[in-house]
Design a protein around this ligand. Structure first.
Ligand code: SAM
Length: 279
């Protein structure tokens, strides 16, 4: 079972469920398209939410999506989960709801995003449209796995670990290990020099011993962390929604949750759903 906390777990699942229903409402009049739901970080089917006094178990997004019958069903629901036991549990519980057209694979989301891109570009995949839900715990999604989706008919909800991932690696004192720089480069698909330039101020100062360069993390770095990623997404998808911002108990930003699509209507629908939650 996955363990998470907070109201935002409900909201995130509600967003993907509401969007899926709106998507299927539009697509029900377009029977030519085969509809694929792709969940890259599917979980075990259930989520335990720990509160201050007790904890409760709620259904994960996968069960909600597979249970949708009206306005129509997805032709294929494809779930990727890295953890063997969670994948088994998920498959067992999803197959109680629906068996045909529900596939759970135990694999890495990055590899399966590449496979999906290749499928959509193939002759077989030409009449498919995809709603994707990419819900990692941290910085597991490599930029290459997003970049390969360019030009494809995918609406992708993506949880971007701006606060919980990137901001934690960008140390205030600039003491970032080689492994962390490599992680940041793989995540953004940008060179260390470009990231350093975006996130740190390098100031020349005169000291007793001559000129020195003082390096400081930019104030409000979280804003740049977000905008740099959103600019990257906009290079792959024509439109990116405004974000639903997930914060912890202390109001610090943990994630930004957005829809990326090549369809303007898709992003308007996403913005409407997010506005209702943000008010
Ligand atoms: C945030 S949880 C997903 C929760 C799920 N969306 C739900 O609604 O129940 C992330 C899941 O991704 C899995 N995971 C971690 N790295 C992965 C990877 N590279 N590829 C696929 N799954 C991964 C974890 O085992 C975990 O179950």
């Amino acid at each position: 079972m996955n363990k998470f906390g907070g109201n935002w777990t409900y909201q995130k699942i509600k967003i993907i469920e509401d969007y899926a229903k709106a998507y299927l409402e539009i697509m029900k009049n377009r029977p030519y398209w085969k509809l694929l739901y792709f969940d890259g970080f599917a979980g075990s089917g259930e989520i335990r939410i720990d509160g201050p006094l007790d904890s409760k178990v709620i259904e994960g997004a996968a069960k909600k999506i597979v249970a949708i019958k009206e306005p129509k069903m997805f032709d294929l629901c494809y779930f990727v989960e890295f953890d063997k036991q969670k994948a088994r549990n998920l498959q067992a519980s999803l197959h109680q709801i629906r068996k045909a057209g529900v596939v759970v694979v135990e694999d890495d989301c990055n590899r399966k995003l590449q496979d999906m891109a290749a499928f959509l570009k193939s002759k077989k995949g030409k009449n498919h449209k995809v709603l994707a839900f990419i819900d990692p715990c941290g910085m597991e999604v490599d930029w290459e796995s997003i970049a390969c989706l360019e030009g494809l008919p995918i609406d992708m909800w993506l949880l971007v670990p701006t606060g919980i991932g990137v901001n934690r690696l960008l140390k205030k004192d600039h003491q970032i290990s080689e492994a962390w720089w490599a992680k940041l480069e793989a995540f953004y698909g940008l060179s260390r020099q470009m990231l350093d330039h975006d996130f740190y101020d390098h100031t020349r100062v005169q000291t007793l011993f001559g000129e020195e360069v003082v390096v400081q993390k930019r104030s409000k770095a979280i804003l740049t962390i977000e905008s740099t990623y959103m600019k990257r997404l906009n290079q792959v998808f024509k439109y990116v929604s405004k974000p639903y911002v997930l914060r912890n108990k202390n109001k610090s930003i943990m994630f930004h949750f957005v829809l990326a699509s090549n369809n303007q209507v898709a992003v308007s629908i996403a913005n409407d759903i997010i506005s209702k939650i943000n008010t």
